[in-house]
Ligand binder design. Sequence first.
Ligand SMILES: NC(=O)c1ccc[n+]([C@@H]2O[C@H](COP(=O)([O-])OP(=O)(O)OC[C@H]3O[C@@H](n4cnc5c(N)ncnc54)[C@H](O)[C@@H]3O)[C@@H](O)[C@H]2O)c1
Length: 361
Amino acid sequence: MATVQVNLPHHQYQVCIEPGILQQLGQLARGVAPHARCALLSDEAVAKLHGGVAEQSLRDAEYDVITRAVPPGESAKSLDNVRQFYDVLLEARLERRSPVIARGGGVVGDMAGFVAATYLRGVPFIQCPTTLLAMVDASVGGKVGVNVPQGKNLIGAFHQPHVVVMDPLVLQTLPPRELRCGLAECVKHGVIRSPELFAWIGENLAAIQAVNPTTMTDLLQQNVAIKAAVVMEDEKESGVRAHLNFGHTFAHAIEATAGYGTIEHGEAVSLGMIAATKLAVDEKRCPPELLTQLIELLERIGLPTTAELVSTDDLMSAMLLDKKVANDRIRLVLPEALGKVSIVDDIPAERIAAAWEIVRE
Ligand SMILES: NC(=O)c1ccc[n+]([C@@H]2O[C@H](COP(=O)([O-])OP(=O)(O)OC[C@H]3O[C@@H](n4cnc5c(N)ncnc54)[C@H](O)[C@@H]3O)[C@@H](O)[C@H]2O)c1
């Protein structure tokens, strides 16, 4: 089994990666939260596709399993659903040591994690991610939360999982568009930390797109190692964890102005990374070859490199509303070279505005 260890000052856990590992979920859960009952939270699509194996494994490990599923989609990440889960857990009399298990994409992981963080002031949490994005990004690092009408992820907590269980085989049912969106975050990891990973994705793209189990295990291990290293350095995002936002300030502006749901997050991140790199090139902070390499890899993956966008004024207004803005200064993560980025907050708005043009269709 491939593993990545996450060591934080007050909490340690393992990320376990292996084709077929879903069958060992019960055993792995017992190892970290040996209690009589557990709650398995999911979305309806994932429950239909992969429901039986995880649930049976938990029952085989002698858990009394309470299962619930929300409709698939971002709108399920709501306080209403959190409230409903509290009712289910209270009715089933889940106790302080009973684990909450999230089996699904980032939506289920974030919401179930928020339930686990707050129910009885916090119960053990187990992540069982089923999308590439949730595996390489959302399930590691402890950020959990929900959306409110005022914005995405505005209500939340830090609640680290007790164990993360990743079965690359479940990715075989993932729609190709979702796979590509997860790959956008992998490319991001390459740019911020690892020229080796960046090159490796390009070299192994055919096997990745075929969801080859060995290749996917390797892809997951490399990406989780990067995410874990960043989180270990800066758990609560007071410093280097912000590097993970490379491309995201531009991406959030695209998502907000396009209307949530019309463009996928990973697609917006693809465009955002290009705009951020163009800005870095314009500012003479990074060589133009990096921009060429980035666009080439994203194109090969099948991610968008241009799109129809609203006016630059509207995009800039949306950027200023982002929660990463401090004192009206837009904080950006810009690359200096493959594997190296820095945080910048002193670029005048008109120069940021000019960088948008490279991704405009
Ligand atoms: N906590 C964090 O650090 C963090 C980081 C990045 C993103 N996020 C959050 O993650 C969410 C996005 O996550 P996502 O992209 O996984 O979206 P998602 O959870 O909505 O899943 C995408 C779609 O894939 C389906 N699906 C999931 N697994 C499947 C499988 N194995 N086979 C077939 N279909 C499957 C789902 O039903 C859903 O329709 C956002 O809410 C975002 O805010 C959180």
